[in-house]
Design a protein around this ligand. Structure first.
Ligand SMILES: NC(=O)c1ccc[n+]([C@@H]2O[C@H](COP(=O)([O-])OP(=O)(O)OC[C@H]3O[C@@H](n4cnc5c(N)ncnc54)[C@H](O)[C@@H]3O)[C@@H](O)[C@H]2O)c1
Ligand SMILES: [Zn+2]
Length: 455
């Protein structure tokens, strides 16, 4: 499994790094339980200072047992004591069942935070410094990611990397327009063979996938790279999921939609004659390589479509992500989506469904327009409806996205919405604590939909 999907998110690092605070916040964002092994030890065995007086080996034995129990339990965020990774058994267990993130800190900050805490190993500055160096060497080997804040740890936990440089031999599935505008940077003399697919949505068909199956020259240990917008990464990922029963793949998104949404979260697939995304698979990319320089050539209407997903993400996270500088905006949106995905990777428990804020209306309008309406523009309208039904201000959507009512057939849109919902009108609405799924009376939904349609 990739990163922290289906695994614990374990935080290691020196005392004073802030693992407990960070862990608690990560647990809230990913809707996972939080376990702080030091707290757990104190709850069950008494103050750590007293346990240490009985000798460090005794304390380490208890610690090893508490960590083993946490790792054997339900998927969680686990903050480990600074010395927990000294145990080889703990090390092996972490390797098996956790994504290990090293919460870094500099030695002076750590010392300032813990010098007066009475911790047994924080009584002497010199000894503290030596321990810091020793432990750092161990953390470095064990860690699969590093970070000092929730956003950095989240991005690492799905292998979202801010560089587009490729360092493995791979077959590149590229949007033909993107391939005519950009080249993928490579490192270390790797060979990339390129397979062009039609620009945008036209690539998302079973015919294109079959052609790729026949063309690909890679073996079981080969890599596929999807290079383009959400359409390309969806089809490349689906090809990777199916070819030779599944190959590793890397997503290199080139649209704003791709960077903040489509490339993240493992959903891959194609459209059929009956509708969008009807055939697909969950197949998480091994890495998502984001390079905002690709956006320089993105047409304005595609950028606007991306901003609709950014506004959606900001509304759900409760932060004005749309006003951040571009790189910050992309990082923050990607991290928020990562947290939601980690809370419910396969959309089984309803939590991932909150990412569909505004999308029930959007899909209905897209269908009624015969897919003439761009997804992002439909989402902008859908957000208006969702906010109105939530009794919240629509100012942000009007200011940033300025959606205009569309000219589509009202009954056709309504039928499409009912079909999408299979009769049960459960929608994502926005509350003070973010998105939630709830049943909404049919008449209210119909009225909200009608308001999005021009006469
Ligand atoms: N898998 C998921 O979780 C997920 C989430 C959201 C959307 N999607 C899918 O993503 C698709 C939409 O993706 P999209 O909005 O990224 O657009 P897209 O991939 O359809 O591309 C849109 C257009 O932009 C062009 N383009 C892409 N990058 C460019 C660049 N850097 N410069 C110039 N032109 C560029 C393409 O050639 C195309 O013409 C839909 O099929 C949707 O279903 C998937
Ligand atoms: Zn969307």
């Amino acid at each position: 499994m990739v990163g922290a999907v289906d695994k614990h998110l374990a935080l290691i690092g020196f005392m004073g790094a802030g693992k407990t605070t960070l862990g608690r916040e990560l647990a809230r964002l990913t809707a996972r339980p939080f376990i702080d092994t030091d707290e757990e030890i104190e709850k069950r065995f008494g103050p750590i200072g007293e346990l240490f007086e009985r000798g460090e080996p005794e304390f380490r034995r208890i610690e090893e047992q508490v960590v083993a129990e946490a790792l054997a339990g339900p998927i969680a965020v686990i903050a480990l004591g600074g010395g927990a990774v000294l145990s080889d058994e703990t090390w092996k267990r972490l390797r098996r069942s956790a994504f290990v993130a090293w919460v870094t800190v500099d030695v002076d900050t750590a010392w300032a935070r813990v010098r007066d805490s009475g911790r047994p190993l924080a009584r002497d500055r010199e000894q503290f410094g030596r321990l810091f160096d020793e432990r750092a060497a161990r953390y470095e080997v064990l860690a699969q990611g590093t970070g000092q804040d929730t956003r950095a740890v989240l991005l690492e936990s799905l292998h979202i990397i801010f560089s587009s440089e490729i360092a493995c031999d791979a077959a590149v599935v590229a949007d033909e327009r993107v391939a005519s505008l950009h080249e993928l940077p490579t490192a270390g003399g790797v060979t990339l063979t390129t397979h062009l697919v039609p620009a945008g949505e036209q690539a998302k068909t079973p015919v294109v996938v079959e052609r790729l199956w026949n063309e690909l020259g890679v073996g079981r240990d080969g890599w596929i790279i999807g290079f383009g917008g959400g359409s390309t990464t969806d089809v490349a990922g689906f090809t990777a999921a199916t070819f030779l029963r599944g190959l590793h793949w890397v997503a290199v998104p080139t649209t704003l939609v791709g960077m903040v949404d489509a490339a993240i979260g493992g959903k891959t697939g194609v459209n059929t004659g009956k509708g969008k995304n009807l055939v697909g698979a969950f197949h998480f990319p091994w890495e998502i390589r984001i390079d905002s320089r690709f956006l320089a050539t993105l047409p304005a209407e595609e950028r606007r479509a991306g901003m609709a997903e950014v506004v959606k993400t900001g509304l759900l996270s409760g932060d004005e992500l749309w006003s951040l500088p571009e790189d910050e905006m992309i990082r923050s949106c990607a991290a928020f989506k990562t947290a939601v995905v980690l809370s419910d990777p396969y959309e089984r428990e309803g939590r991932r469904a909150i990412l569909n804020l505004g999308h029930t209306f959007a899909h209905a309008l897209e269908t009624a327009s015969g897919y003439e309406l761009r997804h992002g523009d439909a989402v902008a309208l859908g957000l208006l409806a969702a906010l109105r039904l939530s009794g919240r201000s629509t100012d942000v959507v009007e200011e940033i996205l300025a959606p205009e009512p569309v000219r589509v057939d009202r009954d056709r849109a309504w039928d499409a919405l009912l079909r999408d919902k299979k009769g049960r009108l459960r929608l994502v609405l926005l509350g003070d604590d973010g998105g939630f799924v709830t049943e909404v009376p049919e008449a209210d939904v119909r009225r909200a939909l009608d308001e999005l349609i021009a006469d």
